[in-house]
Write a protein that binds this ligand. Structure first.
Ligand code: ADP
Length: 228
């Protein structure tokens, strides 16, 4: 049997939260596919369930029903340890705030996940240097996060997220904390990386101009992911 082309697939995913007496049906059978080398914007109002969808896709939470398939492999029946392994190997995360380690340099922040994954120091360093250069920061490796601008910090966070060459990048408002011009520049770097490496990215954003430049756009409507 040939492998499906999509790297990430959500099949009929349901998720309900309880708040007090209220039941919130956030995802009600959401279906979605993500293909290698594409950037897909996830644009929906606050509270619509963007983070929820990203958490399901990233195996951070389990759906109440439905299936999340990564690289052709269904994940609902897997143990937490197996899900963690897939998450570490296949998925990178970027958030609105960079969460870089303040006591480490940019290069060291990008090396850390690689060292944890078992790479030796020189391999991790050369990969970090390559990523910094791809992301337009060849001169910033020795700087600590506080010595970097907001846009530079986010580029380092992106480099860290893809340091172990995941096949999927999930980003929750990655440029939400940046001014328009900086947001565009950071997105340009990310887009180049996606096209150069075949990474697949799902990016929740409120920035409609950035969304317009991505390959596809989806929104959440009545708990379903719909193409717009
Ligand atoms: P978005 O990212 O689009 O702003 P979220 O996915 O964060 O939306 O949240 C969707 C809805 O689900 C919100 O109303 C939020 O309050 C609710 N929600 C999210 N996570 C939980 C949780 N763990 N417990 C209860 N309610 C939650």
């Amino acid at each position: 049997m040939s492998e499906p082309m999509e790297i990430l697939r959500l099949e009929s995913v349901y998720r309900t939260y309880t708040q007090g007496n209220a039941k919130l049906d956030i995802l009600r059978g959401a279906e979605f596919s993500l293909y290698p080398g594409e950037a897909v914007a996830l644009v929906a109002p606050s509270g619509a369930g963007k983070s929820t969808l990203l958490h399901m896709a990233g195996l951070l939470e389990r759906p109440d029903a439905g299936e999340v398939i990564i690289g052709g492999r269904a994940t609902s029946g897997l143990s937490d340890a197996e899900r963690t392994r897939i998450r570490r190997n296949e998925i990178g995360f970027v958030y609105q705030f960079h969460h870089l380690m303040p006591e480490f340099s940019a290069t060291e922040n990008i090396m850390l996940p690689q060292l944890i994954a078992g790479l030796d120091k020189s391999e991790a360093k050369s990969r970090a240097d390559q990523l910094l250069s791809w992301l337009g920061l060849p001169e910033r490796g020795t700087h600590r996060p506080t010595e970097l601008s907001g846009g530079e910090q986010q580029r380092v966070a992106i480099a860290r997220a893809v340091a172990n060459a995941p096949r999927v990048l999930l980003a929750d408002e990655p440029t939400g904390n940046l001014d328009i011009v900086t947001a565009e520049a950071v997105f340009d770097s990310l887009f180049k990386l996606i096209k150069a490496t075949g990474l697949a990215a799902l990016v929740a954003t409120h920035n409609l101009e950035l969304a317009a430049r991505m390959d596809r756009r989806i929104t959440l409507r009545d708990g379903l992911a719909v193409e717009v």
